[in-house]
Design a protein around this ligand. Sequence first.
Ligand code: FE
Ligand code: FE
Ligand code: ZN
Length: 276
Amino acid sequence: MLTIGTHMSIADGLAKMAENVVKMEANTMQIFSRNPRGSGYRTYNEAEIARFRQIREENHLGPVLAHAPYTMNLASAKKEVYEFACMVIREDIARMDALGIEYIVFHPGSHTGIGAGEGIQNIIRGLNQAITGRENITVLLETMSGKGTEIGVSFEQLRAIREGMLYPEKVGICLDTCHVFAAGYDIVKDLDGVLAEFDRVLDLSLLRAIHLNDSMMPFGSHKDRHATIGDGEIGLSALLQVLGHPLLRELPFYLETPLDDQGHKKEIAMLRKKLA
Ligand code: FE
Ligand code: FE
Ligand code: ZN
């Protein structure tokens, strides 16, 4: 069965978000681990957490994905920026793990001039101070479009990060269809080739989640602009190939398309229908 959901607004609180997933006829969701453009976060009382768990169980919701804030840059050479990032990832791994959330994804970071090699070393140190090895949660590195000095534009860079991990078994990959397409992996004309390349460089067993987005920007543009499904350069048929691919279809899919809840409900229904 297809596991699909969308990004939910954290303003509603944990239990309410899960209720909205059910109303949307989705069966999973992505949430922000804290304010995506700041540093604040909400705390949830026992009753709220219990209600969240109950809704998840009753409706057989799939794995929940938390997204770390965009303000966090673990590749940075600037002391304050780096220390903030180290604190956020350490706290948010622990906080999301305590909620019973399965995955936390983050953008590896931007090296802003020090070079990808140095940036990757910073990310490795930052992750190693955050992961205790005792978590149930799995940390996912997101594939990036490569805008500016972004790290994670190639499977090799993600492999280099994993190779530095003290607890590599706690670290997997989230593939964003918009980002990989913009990075120059041709999922439209050669999805099988891209998956073979992923398997060769990383290993397909590390792929745990898919961000399902169309792309406003062309192939290889290194620009990150999400489009609604079917309205971008990737197109509906290529995205249906992703959803139905034998190597991918058991994974959870999360839409990050520019729509509100009603729009996402329709988008999910449309995808289910086309896939059937
Ligand atoms: Fe992301
Ligand atoms: Fe994404
Ligand atoms: Zn993006």
